[in-house]
Design a protein around this ligand. Structure first.
Ligand code: C5P
Length: 334
């Protein structure tokens, strides 16, 4: 499978060693699914998936502080998100970052604790893996801070115990995710120098419960194998037009049926000239792929102007090199 040992690679990058500083800061990026196919229902109640997952430049920022004693505490603030997101925050005990920290401590036998401070910029329940990003960033960051020495593969295994998207997000680069989400195959990107993929993300300010969407899903459009192969080639080679023509999300129909506003938003993005438009994960965010940064900005302002609705929007870019941007370099602070 050829994972590089990113945790170790990141260690080389930091300027101050972990024993000198009790604090690390981790940028935990959101993801989008360029394709999301549901291949069937599994005996464990989950669904068999195949999905191309890529990190994007929209981050939660985690500040992880080593503390004496076994306490794992969390504080969370939303930044630039609609007010509703403040009340959507999970209770501390349910917070995926806290659960990730506890799991890492249990597995490694580490004796001290941590304070996890999260600045949330990824919409909550937005289909962009916000909670999963926090868990992934916590696993990678605490493994470094606590010097617990687990490999990336082991951190991904732990991530799989907490949520289906977390292994891909621990890996932190473009991947093809299969099974329940635990099988992660890297998709190495060799993009021509200077290639950038820009997207516009729109979130309506409410969250979509993933479990409910999967429960409502019966069968949806399948993706022809040829289109999936095109999507892989496009991602590997940086061909934004081919990627846009290959977007697919099996959950889109069921989500748009329950939340027609999202389908209207998608229609607006298409009319504004996007190369392709797709629901992100199980929603509620919708993204549009633009030809370049200027077009992304113009799509964003046109949709805001014409919709007459309050919408949270963000222009971001795909991170083809993933993890070194995504999780670091870990910044140690004294
Ligand atoms: O694994 P995670 O907690 O992120 O999944 C949230 C919900 O999404 C699950 O409770 C399940 O209902 C659904 N799901 C699924 N099949 C997957 C991933 C998620 O049915 N492969």
């Amino acid at each position: 499978m050829g994972f590089d040992n990113s945790a170790r690679a990141m260690d080389k990058k930091k300027h101050i060693t972990a024993d000198e500083s009790p604090v690390v800061k981790v940028l935990a990026p959101a993801k989008i699914n360029l394709t999301l196919e549901i291949l069937g229902k599994r005996p464990d109640g989950y669904h068999e998936l195949r999905s191309l997952v890529v990190p994007v430049s929209l981050y939660d920022t985690l500040t992880l502080t080593r503390v004496k004693g076994p306490s794992i505490a969390v504080s969370c603030a939303v930044v630039g998100l609609p007010g509703e997101h403040q009340v959507m925050l999970p209770a501390p005990g349910d917070n995926l970052a806290v659960r990730a920290a506890r799991l890492l401590r249990d597995v490694t036998g580490y004796s001290d604790g941590a304070h996890i401070e999260i600045q949330k910029e990824i919409p909550i329940g937005g289909g962009m893996g916000g909670g999963s990003a926090d868990a992934a960033g916590t696993l990678v960051g605490l493994n470094h801070l606590w010097q617990t020495g687990l490999t990336v593969e082991k951190l991904m295994e732990l991530g799989a115990q907490l949520g289906s998207d977390i292994p891909a997000m621990v890996y932190g680069k473009p991947v093809c995710m299969e099974g329940r989400g635990e099988k992660v195959r890297p998709v190495p990107c060799h993009w021509p120098v200077g290639t950038e993929w820009w997207i516009v993300v729109i979130n309506p300010g409410f969250n979509v419960p993933t479990r409910d969407i999967y429960r409502r899903y019966r069968t949806g459009l399948t993706l022809p194998q040829e289109t999936f192969i095109n999507a892989c080639f496009a991602l590997e080679g940086g061909d934004v037009k081919l990627a846009s023509a290959s977007l697919h999300n099996s959950l889109e129909a069921v989500v748009y049926k329950k939340y027609p506003l999202l389908s209207i938003v998608a229609g607006r993005l298409k009319s504004a000239g996007a190369l392709g438009v797709l629901l992100s994960g199980s929603g509620a965010s919708v993204f549009a792929v633009a030809a370049n940064h200027d077009q992304a900005l113009s799509i964003e302002s046109q949709v805001k102007r014409e919709s007459g609705l309050w919408l949270w929007t963000r222009v971001a870019k795909i991170l083809p090199d993933g993890v070194m941007v995504a999780h670091g370099p870990l910044e140690a602070r004294v």
